[in-house]
Write a protein that binds this ligand. Structure first.
Ligand SMILES: NC(=O)c1ccc[n+]([C@@H]2O[C@H](COP(=O)([O-])OP(=O)(O)OC[C@H]3O[C@@H](n4cnc5c(N)ncnc54)[C@H](OP(=O)(O)O)[C@@H]3O)[C@@H](O)[C@H]2O)c1
Length: 283
């Protein structure tokens, strides 16, 4: 398993598991299964309503907390009370600290939220902080007031939306690109691209493994979601082969520069900060 060095000198395992849309039962099972099969990086969020289950999965693994890289995210609308949000998140996950905490969406009072998150880093409650779904322009703006740089920007990224422009922009700032929807959530058109079949045959791998390997070679941090034991086991089995430069170039030609889940910022800015959920009401 590869690890990447972040701009604050800490490392992040390049590959992990995401638990979006997993019920608490599924999330607990997925985390336990992943950790038993070599995963050391878990991605959850307040909004996923499964942090307690993730905490139980970690405890059940028998691993030491410091062997695991744990990420969560704060949802817009809760930015005004970052210290309480962080305390509640730590409590639900049953952990003394988070490895990474992200501003989940670029809405609300971002500057205040970021400066509050910086304070949480100083207090040792969070090791690294980052953003998610931030366009380059907003990252640039953040650089004007941030005394701690974001280590990652977690964005939709897959071969149909390779994010080369954003990755190049972030590389200059030392920010890593973390890919959500790395499999396009198994979108039929994407998964049925004939190129995957051809490469899968050549390397004796599955189509999904070829896509995940592409992410690794692009330098993305990648967190495929799964509730299925066989999928969890096979997804991480991508570190014993490498795609050639010609193959990477062929995959680059599939880029449609199009998101599966576009949320216009004006729409998100209007509605998302208004969403109120009781994150403590989870199993
Ligand atoms: N920051 C954000 O705004 C944001 C948004 C979305 C997601 N995320 C994060 O990114 C993670 C990944 O995204 P995602 O889960 O939405 O999409 P994804 O990883 O692209 O796709 C997940 C889907 O792929 C299936 N799958 C996984 N491995 C498979 C395999 N080997 N064979 C067949 N099917 C397979 C899963 O089904 P099975 O359960 O049956 O395996 C699930 O339906 C999330 O879990 C979350 O942590 C972040």
């Amino acid at each position: 398993m590869e690890s990447l060095k972040m701009n604050n000198g800490l490392t992040i395992p390049q590959f992990g598991i995401g638990v979006f849309r997993l019920s608490p039962e599924e999330a607990e099972f997925a985390v336990k299964t992943a950790l038993a099969n070599g995963y050391r990086h878990i991605d959850t969020a307040n909004f996923y309503m499964n942090e307690r289950a993730v905490g139980r999965g970690i405890k059940a693994s028998g691993l030491k907390r410091e062997e695991i890289f744990l990420t969560s995210k704060v949802f817009p609308g809760y930015y005004k009370k970052i210290p309480e949000v962080v305390e509640a998140t730590l409590k639900r996950l049953d952990t003394p600290y988070l490895d990474l905490f992200l501003l989940h969406q670029p809405y609300g009072d971002i500057k205040k939220a970021w400066l509050d998150l910086e304070e949480m880093v100083r207090q040792g409650k969070i090791k690294s902080i980052g953003v998610s779904n931030f366009p380059a322009k907003l990252v640039d703006k953040m650089m004007e007031y941030a005394t701690i740089k974001p280590v990652v920007n977690q964005v939709e990224c897959h071969p149909y939306h390779a994010q080369d422009e954003l990755r190049a922009h972030h590389e200059k700032l030392g920010i890593k690109l973390e890919a959500w929807y790395p499999l396009g959530s198994m979108n039929k058109k994407l998964i049925n691209e004939p190129l995957w079949e051809e490469l899968a045959k050549k390397y004796g791998k599955s189509k999904v493994q070829i896509i995940l390997r592409w992410h690794i070679q692009k330098g993305n941090i990648v967190i495929p979601g799964s509730r299925n034991e066989a999928h969890i086991k096979s997804n991480i089995d991508i570190f014993d082969f490498a795609l050639t430069e010609e193959e990477m170039a062929k995959i680059a030609k599939l880029d449609k520069h199009k998101k599966f889940l576009p949320i216009p910022r004006w729409l998100g800015s209007l509605f998302m900060p208004l969403i109120r959920m009781n994150f403590d009401k989870q199993k």
